[in-house]
Design a binder for this molecule. Structure first.
Ligand code: SDX
Length: 429
């Protein structure tokens, strides 16, 4: 029998069971609390509240550890490509050769969009943000693929997974081509997943496209480090929407919207825009660090801080190393990379950041690599979504297959007006 949490409320003693995870994380199970005491708990932003038990991702914010299905992220970056890691996240085990080839060929067969879907893009303004396009078109997939919407039908779920994994790069690349007025490049199924995406993004019909192996390697690694991160805001959104038995396309579309926020996935775009502003302002990092420390300014160092990591984000370590390597290989001297390093050094020696355990997170250096590869800043969060897709799908699947699945419906404490009489219009002041 594990530990019990004893609480006394209004003179009544209550014992609540506890749960201990694989890595010794501990939780008090409060599912009996309201029935036995009439009390609920409140925890703004769920800082101390777990929504579920999950076998997909483990992270230790104090130690800076991140593992997918038990495998350290560093090892997966070194030994796998993004498709193999996607399989691991969604199905729970590293695929054998036959499973991996079947998965790769299944994705290849679904890379094209229904031709009528291309009409959607004519309706968007040229300067539409690609995250708005992504969430709209992903939601619309449910109108074209009505044969694979039932979350309780394993074959239909499998088909939706193939369609989403295969089509999201196509949808993303098309939003970019639309924004620059270039013709859409159909996917080439002779290319691997990341190669195909780079081809659809940067190739033009009038010339042969030369894939850069450094770019392919860097983007595979960036997608892997973005692939999952336990119950973050967008993944929790996907679970919340999916818990109503909404189809996978609708759930992922909601996750894309949540990721867009600058406090979440939108931080990679906001971070590069911040670094650009510092550069335009003469590279005065200290001014911006002082602003970030001044609550009245409302300014935050984008790409810094994390709800869980109170140590260096292990993904930022990997991304920074890749950034350095790529810039050196491409012989790019990007002043904002220098500013980012200066900012990091200054912040990490400043008591304000040290006391609050604020370190660079996954979004701090990723935008610099994306820029070096030629992606426009508006596409940065789209790239985060492409990486996070297998994680979202893995959590949606885990939730759907859970025998204890319930629709997510938090409680609240009402603090509005007590009961009062109606005031007819002519009596209102
Ligand atoms: C992602 O959850 C995930 O796993 C997310 C993610 C994933 O893979 O899914 O890792 C991806 O979203 C990374 C985070 C990207 N966002 C940013 O870089 C935006 C800037 N960072 C923050 O706004 C903030 O750090 C959060 C949103 C990331 C975390 O916010 P919390 O946990 O709610 O912390 P908080 O806002 O309560 O901050 C604690 C203190 C506050 O100061 P005090 O009130 O205690 O004096 O730290 C300060 C904050 O003001 N603070 C910052 C800061 N981040 C926190 N001060 C200056 N600059 C910052 N970036």
């Amino acid at each position: 029998m594990g530990e019990v949490a004893k609480i006394r409320i209004e003179g009544k003693d209550l014992e609540l069971p506890t749960i201990v995870g694989t890595e010794n994380e501990k939780a008090v199970d409060i599912s009996a609390l309201r029935a036995q005491t009439g009390y609920i708990t409140i925890d703004e932003g769920f800082v101390n509240t777990g929504s579920t038990q999950s076998a997909i991702c483990f992270l230790d914010g104090e130690q800076g550890i991140l593992r997918y299905r038990g495998y350290p992220i560093e090892e997966l970056c070194e030994k796998c490509d993004f498709v193999e890691v996607s399989y691991l996240l969604m199905y729970g085990e590293l695929p054998n050769a036959q499973q991996l080839e079947h998965f790769r060929s299944s994705l290849r067969r679904h890379t094209m969009l229904h031709e009528d879907m291309r009409m959607f893009y004519n309706g968007f303004p040229r300067d539409a943000h690609p995250m708005a396009i992504l969430s709209s078109v992903v939601g619309a997939l449910s109108t074209f693929y009505q044969d694979s919407l039932d979350p309780k039908n394993p074959q239909e779920v499998e088909m939706s997974i193939f369609r989403l994994m295969a089509k999201l790069p196509t949808i993303a690349a098309l939003s970019h081509k639309k924004s620059i007025g270039q013709p859409f490049m159909y996917p080439k199924n002779s290319l691997e997943y990341v190669e195909n995406f780079l081809y659809m993004m940067f190739a033009v019909p009038s010339e042969d496209y030369q894939l850069d192996s450094d770019f392919v390697e860097a983007l595979n690694l960036l997608f892997i480090v973005h692939a999952d991160h336990e119950q973050n805001c967008s993944t929790s959104t996907v679970r919340m929407v999916g818990s109503s038995d909404a189809n996978l396309f609708a759930s992922i579309s909601a996750g894309i919207c949540a990721l867009w926020g600058p406090l979440h996935g939108g931080a990679n775009q906001a971070c590069v825009e911040m670094l650009e502003a510092i550069k335009a302002d003469g590279g005065n990092s200290k001014k911006y660090i002082d602003m970030a420390k001044d609550k009245k300014s409302g300014f935050r160092l984008m790409g810094f801080g994390h709800r869980v990591y109170k140590n260096y984000d292990p993904r930022a370590t990997i991304i920074k190393r890749t950034c350095d390597k790529l810039l050196k290989k491409l012989k790019i001297k990007d002043p904002i990379f220098d500013i980012a390093q200066e900012l990091e050094q200054a912040a990490l020696s400043d008591p304000y950041f040290i006391e609050r355990k604020l370190y660079p997170n996954v979004d701090f250096y990723s935008g610099i690599i994306y820029r070096a590869m030629g992606f426009p800043v508006e596409m940065f969060t789209v790239l985060f979504a492409l990486g996070r897709l297998p994680g979202w799908i893995a959590h949606w699947r885990e939730m759907q297959m859970s025998p204890s699945k319930k629709i997510a419906r938090p409680r609240q404490i009402y603090n509005g007006p007590a009961k009062r009489s109606f005031i007819p219009l002519h009596e209102r002041k």
